[in-house]
Design a protein. Sequence first.
Length: 154
Amino acid sequence: MRAGLQTPHNDFEAPPDRVRAHSNRQQNQRIDAQTQQCLERYATEDREAISRHVDALDREWDVERYLQMNAGLVSLSGVVLGAMVSRRFLVLPAAVFGFFFQHATQGWCPPLPVFRQMGVRTRREINREKFALKALRGDFEHVSPQSPTDQRER
């Protein structure tokens, strides 16, 4: 991306979504299309239906949680198999922690494409849908277009 096309960063902007940046473009587009379809479907629903879906979004697991669960299961399996079958299985927990380190530093690890192919979303993607639904529900109708900081400066 050219420097002239980048949006300026400020204290209120969220950092870039590293998972999306390292995900396949088609996977991102499919997830975005599903979100758009959901918003179009709920645009004609009543407040109760939207509220139920917002509650469901609050309970939806994001990709980070799936990675953590997967890491715990594979690590525990490796330890148990290492103790009961062969010490060679102890390589599993070591690999998992290597993947975790890679994900923490780069935003990508080998299980990530599998979860994204399954349609697992990032927390930011889930929140984007949730706040769009809240806007449809009318939650922000009484919010001033000026922030408190803007009002104090005047």
